[in-house]
Design a protein around this ligand. Structure first.
Ligand SMILES: N[C@@H](CCC(=O)N[C@@H](CS)C(=O)NCC(=O)O)C(=O)O
Length: 203
């Protein structure tokens, strides 16, 4: 098994942190996104979406989509559980993961894609859409800050992949200059400090 990824890509980091929390060491092969390696036929045969991460299995088959890769790893290595041990826990984790991914991470990526020179030639950029993403993202962060007032993690006292998704999204927001104000979101700041103190956050 090997992971095709890119160091700065937040979805790749999501899988790397997930693997680190599981105590797994999977060989990594870097894909040079800025040089367009994801559009080369050899890569497209592995993921026609031209995106990392991709998990290449020993039989040569490939899995893309970070959430699906994490699910696969959890099935192979259930301990420690990062999705859940019961049907109710797994559903609760997916609920939070989707809230974070659709309600915040997608807005961060929307802000980036519709403003960054990196995407200028790759797609039609709509600056007004970036503004809508920014507003929606901030609203969701404010709501999450309230949630963290009474909960250690998103799913209460269970660390899950949803926290990993949120960590990658929040840190990527900071990288693109959309970081949050610690005074404004003290509970989110506490959660972020806890997550960052985990060795896996360096993965
Ligand atoms: N939904 C996909 C999104 C993957 C994605 O957006 N990957 C980005 C990096 S985080 C990418 O490969 N972009 C290609 C590019 O920049 O051309 C997942 O969760 O894996």
């Amino acid at each position: 098994m090997k992971l095709l990824d890119a160091k700065m890509a937040p979805n790749s980091r999501r899988v790397r942190i997930f693997l680190a929390e599981k105590g797994l060491n999977v060989p990594v092969q870097a894909v040079a996104l800025a040089q367009g390696e994801q559009h080369e036929p050899e890569f497209l045969a592995k993921n026609p979406m031209a995106q990392v991460p991709v998990l290449e299995l020993d039989d040569g088959s490939c899995l893309a989509e970070s959430a699906a890769i994490c699910e696969y790893i959890e099935d192979l290595h259930p301990q420690p559980p990062l999705i859940g041990e019961t049907a109710a826990q797994r559903a609760e984790t997916h609920m939070w993961d989707r809230r974070v991914e659709l309600g915040f991470f997608d807005h961060v990526l929307g802000t980036f894609r519709h403003t960054s020179p990196y995407f200028h030639k790759k797609m039609r950029q709509v600056p007004e859409y970036a503004e809508c993403c920014r507003e929606a993202g901030w609203k969701r962060l404010a709501w999450l800050d309230g949630h963290f007032a009474d909960n250690t993690y998103l799913a209460g006292d269970r660390l899950t992949v949803a926290d990993i998704t949120l960590l990658c999204a929040v840190d990527f927001a900071t990288v693109i200059g959309e970081g949050y104000d610690e005074q404004e979101f003290p509970n989110l700041t506490r959660w972020h400090a806890d997550m960052t103190a985990r060795p896996s956050s360096q993965a």
